[in-house]
Design a binder for this molecule. Structure first.
Ligand code: ADP
Length: 508
């Protein structure tokens, strides 16, 4: 038989694999996070309005051009000039691609609006900003007066930026000529350039730091997982070559601890089953051999004419052959039960009635042994089960009670409803079972007293009984106060009818 061998240095490979995978997932996470951050920042920048300074400078240049082209002079303007200017404003505005307004500064009212949104005399709140034009621009356009700058809201709420020439006094009033344009959003190339200039570097630095931290984290996490996993692998390899006493330390992360605990439990089960298999083979060999030796001995004596009482010898042979027969039948039953191959004919069974019938059947035997058998088994709610198999169980328990109770003793056979099922109790005042034997009583071939005798059992009855009860989804248990103190066997079987009622009650 070949046994799987672990790879030469699996811990290192696994650790590297795990670390690599963790690192990749961290890197992916990091990239996605940073990409989202970058996107949000970009969207934020795109939503930002363009800086007003560019507009101020551009508008003041237009203002200068308009003034020059209109042939206006500084200071007071004649009425004729005013008339001309006012009528030409819409056309001029269109020509220069700006909005032109004439506003009375102290009253904050509109006199003329090239866009026609503000009617004559409409109120307009001007937000003024103290902005100083760059000197090169002042020199280039040759302004002499004090330009004004700021923002205002249109009738529809939109924000406009204006540059005004307050030095152009129109008429006697303190009026100003405003040149305005809608406040624009940042143009895409500007946004991208600003992003590249101001944000790309911090983002890259964040990515680098994140990667370094990920590398350290991946190493630490993979180490925490790999060490206990390697121990598990070594443990499994040792079990595979027959070291069933192998156990692994239950340490590391909770999930790995759970796997280690499950592994240890599995190994101890395997160990038990291996031991049981060894014991079973030893027992089968021994228990089959004993009657065969008797048969051989007595038949030899008959053949040699050495038997003093050939009829007695033949009876012994007959009894031992009968025992062998029982043993083989029971072994076959047990093997089939354990493999789940013994066909069960499930139908509704009244365990109370069945107990009463079995009790009646065995009461004669009890009487022969001078034992009193008390039967307390009323009709009970039905359970789903195989009548013949359950009869076998009850027969076995009551026969054992009769077998292991000295004459003059008492046996009780009781059946009642308990805990969503039915319970049958077989109690006797017999020889009892020592505490150290109690846990082994349901093992195959286990007999407390192996003394020989014509009526000696096989040690398989309780093992079969337990298998049958378990196949019905039930439980069997035994208690005894000790040797000479009697024993109590209790079986419990679930009843679908009672379970439904119990559930219904639970819901109420
Ligand atoms: P057996 O064929 O030996 O009766 P079982 O499996 O039925 O095999 O029982 C196993 C052993 O359990 C018996 O040999 C006996 O030692 C012990 N035992 C079973 N029932 C009783 C009982 N009612 N009182 C005392 N000992 C019992």
């Amino acid at each position: 038989m070949t046994t799987p061998q672990p790879p030469s240095n699996p811990a290192n490979h696994r650790s590297m694999r795990l670390r690599g995978r963790l690192l990749i997932s961290y890197a992916v996470l990091l990239t996605v996070t940073l990409a989202v951050v970058a996107l949000v920042l970009l969207l934020f920048l795109f939503a930002q309005p363009a800086p007003v300074e560019d507009s101020y400078e551009q508008l003041i240049t237009v203002a200068r051009d308009v003034i020059q082209d209109s042939g206006l002079t500084e200071g007071r303007v004649s009425l004729a000039e005013l008339q001309r200017l006012l009528t030409s404003i819409p056309q001029t505005a269109q020509e220069y691609g700006v909005r032109i307004l004439v506003v009375n500064l102290p009253n904050q009212t509109v006199l003329v609006d090239s866009a026609g949104a503000f009617s004559d005399g409409a109120a307009l709140t001007l937000e003024r900003e103290a902005y100083t034009l760059p000197t090169y621009l002042v020199n280039r356009i040759g302004l002499r007066g004090e330009p004004i700058f700021g923002r205002f809201r249109d009738v529809d709420g939109a924000e406009w930026v204006y540059s005004g020439l307050a030095f152009v006094r129109l008429g006697a009033e303190n009026n100003a000529l405003l040149f305005a344009e809608r406040r624009a959003r940042q143009p895409a190339p500007v946004v991208i350039q600003r992003f590249r200039r101001e944000l790309a570097l911090p983002l890259c630095q964040a990515a680098l730091i994140g990667l370094i931290v990920s590398l350290a984290l991946a190493g630490a996490v993979s180490r925490a997982f790999t060490r206990p996993l390697t121990r598990l692998e070594e443990g499994a390899a040792a079990v595979a070559v027959g070291h069933y006493d192998q156990r692994v330390a239950e340490e590391g992360p909770a999930e790995i601890r759970a796997v280690a605990a499950a592994f240890n439990h599995m190994v101890s089960e395997v160990q038990n089953s291996q031991q049981a298999q060894k014991d079973f083979l030893a027992n089968v060999g021994h228990d089959l051999k004993t009657p065969l030796t008797s048969i051989q001995g007595y038949s030899q004596a008959i053949m040699d004419g050495a038997a003093k009482d050939p009829a007695k010898a033949a009876r012994v042979i007959h009894e031992e052959a009968g025992r062998l027969n029982r043993m083989v039948t029971e072994l076959t039953d047990l093997a089939r039960l354990q493999a789940g191959r013994l066909s069960m004919k499930t139908r509704p069974i009244d365990m109370g009635q069945l107990a009463a019938v079995i009790g009646e059947r065995l009461s004669l035997l009890a009487r022969e042994r001078s034992l009193t058998l008390h039967i307390d088994a009323p009709s009970l709610p039905e359970i789903a089960g195989d009548g013949d198999r359950l009869a076998q169980v009850l027969t076995n328990l009551v026969s054992n009670a009769i077998k292991y109770t000295p004459s003059g003793g008492e046996i009780w056979l009781q059946a009642h409803v308990n805990n969503g099922g039915v319970e049958v109790i077989v109690r006797d005042t017999g020889r009892g079972i020592a505490a150290e034997d109690l846990p082994r009583i349901f093992e195959r071939f286990y007999q407390v007293d192996k003394a020989r005798g014509p009526k000696r059992g096989t040690g398989l009855g309780l093992a079969i009984t337990q298998e049958i009860i378990q196949a019905h989804g039930g439980r069997i248990s035994v208690t005894s106060a000790g040797v000479g103190q009697g024993s109590t066997f209790t079986i419990w079987l679930p009843s679908p009818m009672l379970t439904t009622i119990a559930r219904g009650r639970g819901r109420m």
